[in-house]
Design a protein around this ligand. Structure first.
Ligand SMILES: NC(=O)c1ccc[n+]([C@@H]2O[C@H](COP(=O)([O-])OP(=O)(O)OC[C@H]3O[C@@H](n4cnc5c(N)ncnc54)[C@H](OP(=O)(O)O)[C@@H]3O)[C@@H](O)[C@H]2O)c1
Length: 326
């Protein structure tokens, strides 16, 4: 029998888990049932702050709880594979933070495991579900800007150098490409599909992870994507999509933009104000709840085939810039 109400669990109670928990509390179809940390005291405080029904003393305990329908994996990238596999093997559906795995090999194994167990799995690209992305897709489908011939998107922030932090530590999967470069790459995939050719150049931090990555993708119809990620500087974090008849600007910070401008024949045509609910994760949570309530094992809006393409592109960029986590 299909459920009408979804019980969530969260493992890894860091920065993103706080925002996500706050948005679960905005949903009418979901309950924050349980939270787990490597540190029980931290889990207890988190439980109280976000009105979770329970806290657990370990990730393992949480995934064995029969009441929990889906686990949100919010640990550093390098643990996504083992944490997600543990959830799936214990019969839990999973929403796993981006990137879904460290490479295509991990993602393929995760996909197979979820499918063979008939469990829901999705990568946490929450930006796919916000109102601005829905509007962007609508504008592109209307063909008002004509054939898309190029995209420019950047994502950069100045991070204080700390070799132990998630952003710089190689053992935690650090680097700008995996952490934030994934957003411009996802936008290019959404708008232009899978590229024909990939060029990329990078600069590296002392820890051996990329602190700057410039990418140029070429497509079958000769369209181009010019993409950038960096942890060295605060960049505009804007995206532009150019077509034969006009262009679209996704205002700062483009990946969770609340404003889109449409230009036709070089002149401003329309501005769309598109506020999201809560921290923005609410829309992703609603999508997952709907999928689970309807017995679907993947989201039609963010299917696993897209996650596989995304990590394939990232792997190719890693090869081009000489970045390896092994
Ligand atoms: N969707 C988004 O907008 C967004 C934004 C930021 C990050 N993310 C993604 O979410 C993931 C977590 O990012 P975050 O910024 O929340 O990181 P964070 O603040 O460092 O939190 C990560 C949590 O993972 C757990 N963890 C387990 N093993 C760990 C280890 N060996 N070292 C450090 N932490 C460990 C810790 O939770 P416990 O101590 O409770 O076990 C920690 O608090 C990343 O994969 C990132 O790409 C997504």
């Amino acid at each position: 029998m299909l459920k009408k109400h979804i019980n969530w669990g969260i493992i890894g109670l860091g920065k993103i888990a706080n925002k996500f928990a706050s948005d679960i509390n905005l949903s009418d179809t979901a309950t924050l049932y349980g939270v787990a940390s490597r540190n029980s005291e931290k889990a207890k405080i988190f439980k109280q702050r976000y009105n979770s029904i329970k806290y657990f003393n370990s990730y393992e305990e949480l995934v064995k709880s029969p009441e929990i329908d889906i686990v949100y994996v919010a640990t550093p990238h390098v643990f996504h594979f083992e944490n997600t596999m543990m959830c799936l093997k214990n019969g839990k559906s999973v929403l796993c933070e981006k990137p879904l795995g460290m490479d295509s090999n991990e993602v393929e194994i995760m996909l197979k495991e979820a499918k063979s167990r008939n469990l829901f799995l999705m990568e946490g690209i929450w930006t796919r579900f916000i109102p601005a992305t829905e509007k962007l897709i609508e504008i592109l489908y209307s063909n008002v800007i004509g054939d898309v011939n190029s995209i420019r998107a950047d994502f950069g922030f100045r991070a204080e150098y700390n070799p132990d932090s998630r952003v710089f530590n190689k053992r935690l999967g650090g680097g700008s490409l995996l952490d934030i470069g994934i957003y411009p790459i996802y936008l290019s995939l959404l708008v232009l599909g899978y590229p024909l050719e990939i060029s990329a150049m990078a600069r590296f931090a002392e820890t051996g992870v990329d602190s700057f990555c410039a990418m140029l993708f070429n497509y079958q119809n000769s369209a181009k994507a010019i993409l950038e990620s960096t942890t060295e500087a605060d960049t505009p974090i804007e995206a532009y999509i150019y077509g034969s008849k006009g262009h679209i600007k996704l205002h700062r910070r483009f990946h969770h933009s609340e404003k889109i401008s449409l230009y036709l024949n070089g002149k401003p045509k329309q501005v769309f104000e598109l506020n999201y609910t809560g921290e923005g994760y609410y829309h992703e949570i609603e999508e997952v709840n709907n999928c689970l309530v309807n017995g679907e094992i993947e989201s039609g809006k963010l299917p696993l085939s897209t996650s596989l393409k995304l990590i394939n592109i990232i792997d190719l960029v890693k090869q081009k810039i000489g970045l390896s986590y092994i």
